[in-house]
Design a protein around this ligand. Structure first.
Ligand code: FES
Ligand SMILES: [Fe+2]
Length: 394
């Protein structure tokens, strides 16, 4: 009997090309630069939740594709976005991560040029010195960026040619997000960032495949062990977006309380919703509480993970405390699942960087949650946008 070439992470696997990855897609600087241009700065990216910019002139700084941007709420309640770079000579305009504009004004600290909440220049200091030139406040502004929201989720796109956000998401993805995002008025109660020593795609993958539920005691016990769970499937939507069928999680099997009280509007007792938006966002609702994950890829081997916890706007203190408790059972800096995911992806990255892992296998085919079809779908979209074959990137 002829055995295929040994599968050892070093030899090219004897598989069809879409069933394996050349790990240089995670380590190669050229690949990172290309995906930064075509994907990270080329498509709509989640930046924050509208509840973080509740009041007029609230602002926060966000990072996208290596750029720092200002997001703020203007006088009409609309969200505006600008590069955080002065039109004069490029100094940072705002330097605190979040806050409120004083009377809707931003003043650059270097030579004191000022801008209003629409990015229009209102003051050029000592203007007489520019009388001989075309420099006038009337034709000076911060460079704006496209900002659009859906269900209070705020996205930015640096690509002027990209389709509108709702078209990018598509009807079926929006439908998958509707409960609870379109049925509940949510607000953020927790944000934390974690610096991860890995390529951004490794963390995306751990959020969009069900096979690794075997890593987590919580998932093994409360999900994978249930007969009914085996029919859960990933659904592919346009532009690389994914949703996982809604499922029931048996928290009681791990001696946690059932999640039947104060469930978010539209959710069921113990219901679990997962939607992954291409390229790097995960929406995750466990009946009473929401987690939003998004990424700030810094370099090919460094990524900042940003996690948000959300409850219902107007929660009483007691109900909010329950939601925070449920959030922290699984997620948050002390939740078991996040630490386990980080151990996995960082160990992968180390072996990829030191040459011990040259190829990865994404060949699972089955009806159920553990198919790798979701990963193959991600790489199909990734290849379409970058023009690179994931099994042969250089
Ligand atoms: S760089 Fe901003 S005022 Fe000069
Ligand atoms: Fe995980």
């Amino acid at each position: 009997m002829n055995l295929p070439l040994r599968l050892d992470g070093h030899n090219q696997p004897d598989l069809p090309p879409q069933y394996y990855l050349d790990n240089r897609i995670y380590t190669d600087q050229h690949v990172f630069e290309l995906e930064n241009e075509k994907i990270l700065a080329g498509t709509w990216r989640f930046m924050c939740h509208a509840s973080e910019l509740k009041e007029t002139f609230d602002y926060r700084l966000v990072q996208l594709g290596g750029h720092e941007l200002i997001l703020l709420r203007d006088e009409d309640g609309a969200l505006q976005g600008f590069y955080n770079s002065c039109a004069h000579r490029g100094a940072r305009i705002l330097r605190q991560p979040a806050g409120k504009l004083d009377e809707g004004r931003m003043t650059c600290f270097y030579h004191l040029w000022s801008y209003d909440y629409r990015g229009r220049c209102t003051t050029v200091s000592q203007p007489a010195g520019y009388q001989h030139s075309t420099v006038k406040k009337e034709n000076t502004s911060l460079k704006s960026v496209r900002v659009e929201s859906i269900f209070d989720l705020v996205f930015v796109c640096l690509n002027d040619d990209a389709e509108p956000l709702e078209d990018f998401l598509g009807e079926s993805t929006i439908e998958a997000m509707r409960v609870p995002f379109g049925t509940a008025e949510l607000e953020v109660f927790h944000i934390h960032q974690t610096e991860i020593e890995c390529n951004w795609k490794l963390f995306v993958e751990t959020n969009c495949e069900g096979y690794h539920e075997l890593l987590h005691l919580l998932n093994r016990t409360t999900a994978v062990a249930q007969q009914a769970y085996r029919s859960r499937q990933w659904r592919m939507h346009r532009n690389g977006h994914l949703s996982f069928d809604v499922a029931k999680i048996e928290y009681e099997d791990l001696n946690y309380a059932k999640r039947g009280a104060n469930v978010l509007p539209g959710m069921e007792t113990n219901g679990h919703v997962v939607v992954n938006l291409f390229p790097d966002m995960m929406l995750n609702c466990r009946s009473t509480v929401v987690r939003l994950d998004s990424l700030i890829p810094v370099s090919s081997d460094k990524t900042i993970l940003e996690c948000r916890g959300l409850g219902l706007a107007g929660d009483s203190d007691a109900v909010r405390a329950m939601r925070i408790n449920h959030h922290n059972q699984v997620w948050g800096p002390t939740g078991v699942n996040l630490a386990e995911d980080l151990w996995a992806v960082q160990s992968q990255m180390q072996n990829m960087l030191n040459g011990n892992s040259r190829y990865s296998v994404i060949a699972r085919e089955e009806e159920g949650p553990m198919s790798d079809a979701s990963l193959r779908n991600f790489y199909s979209e990734w290849s379409r946008l970058t023009g690179i074959q994931a099994h042969q990137p250089v």
